[in-house]
Design a binder for this molecule. Structure first.
Ligand SMILES: [Fe+2]
Length: 261
């Protein structure tokens, strides 16, 4: 559906709810009911221990998708020394805040591993990516992050990691908005690959391909890591009384065999 745009521009923007409904012949009521379960799962995200004081909450699970059948299979949890089910995330040298370090996150809840809409989102995003023939005869690795930035007091600021223009180190990453409520900030920027490690306000304006905020549930974007860098600005509480919240599903795709860079 958007594969050509991904190839030509290096990024795409879309409405995952509407597109998935059309492609998989699901009505709006089905999408809404499945999405409500996902929203509910975001009410129970533990603090991201790698972001103490940064108002970030997170879960993470890994899956594989088989390119020849589109089947999605969740990988089993690892159990850490505290007996918790976790999954590990490794970005090599691509995240300057966690260079060559594994981060271990609590797994997605069981209901989410069974959520049909989440599975469709994984399949839909995958259909917008492009690969070499040799990658298509092996499973593709999928990382699914639930990330919530929540600011309860004026003056608090929640940031994403890394807090600069960056590439993720996986060939493709997709971001799907779950909730945006009473926040200012959370502005997305897509720019050239040469602008990594910088803030958008410090780079040549001509290097910026897109500058937007996701506001609607399941409003989405995807990036080809080889082609563009991306950034999201810090989130602060808006003028309303309730806590500010920006919740996202981030999904990355990586081939089984990774070429050394
Ligand atoms: Fe990223």
């Amino acid at each position: 559906m958007y594969k050509n745009d991904m190839l030509e521009k290096g990024f795409i923007r879309f409405d995952a709810g509407a597109d998935i409904g059309r492609l998989y012949k699901k009505d709006a009521a089905w999408i809404a009911e499945q999405f409500a379960e996902i929203e509910q799962a975001f009410e129970d995200l533990p603090v991201d221990v790698y972001a103490a004081g940064l108002h970030r909450y997170r879960r993470f699970s890994r899956a594989v998708i088989l390119p020849w059948s589109n089947q999605v299979e969740w990988l089993p949890a690892m159990v850490n020394e505290d007996g918790e089910a976790v999954a590990e995330y490794f970005q090599g040298s691509f995240n300057p805040e966690f260079k060559d370090a594994y981060r271990s996150f609590p797994m997605l809840q069981q209901e989410m591993l069974e959520n049909e809409l989440l599975k469709r989102i994984i399949q839909f995003d995958f259909a917008q990516t492009y690969w070499e023939a040799r990658d298509m005869v092996m499973p593709v690795n999928v990382g699914v992050h639930f990330v919530k930035l929540k600011v309860e007091r004026d003056g608090d600021e929640a940031v994403s990691s890394p807090n600069c223009l960056h590439r993720d180190g996986e060939p493709f990453t997709f971001a799907h908005l779950v909730k945006r409520r009473n926040v200012v900030g959370g502005q997305n920027v897509i720019a050239t690959v040469d602008d990594v490690d910088q803030f958008p306000q410090d780079i040549d304006e001509g290097h910026i391909f897109a500058d937007f905020a996701l506001t609607k549930g399941l409003e989405s974007y995807g990036v080809a890591d080889v082609a563009v860098s991306h950034y999201v600005s810090a989130v602060r509480k808006g003028s309303g009384d309730e806590a500010g919240e920006r919740s996202m599903i981030l999904i990355d795709y990586q081939p089984t065999v990774v070429k050394p860079l």
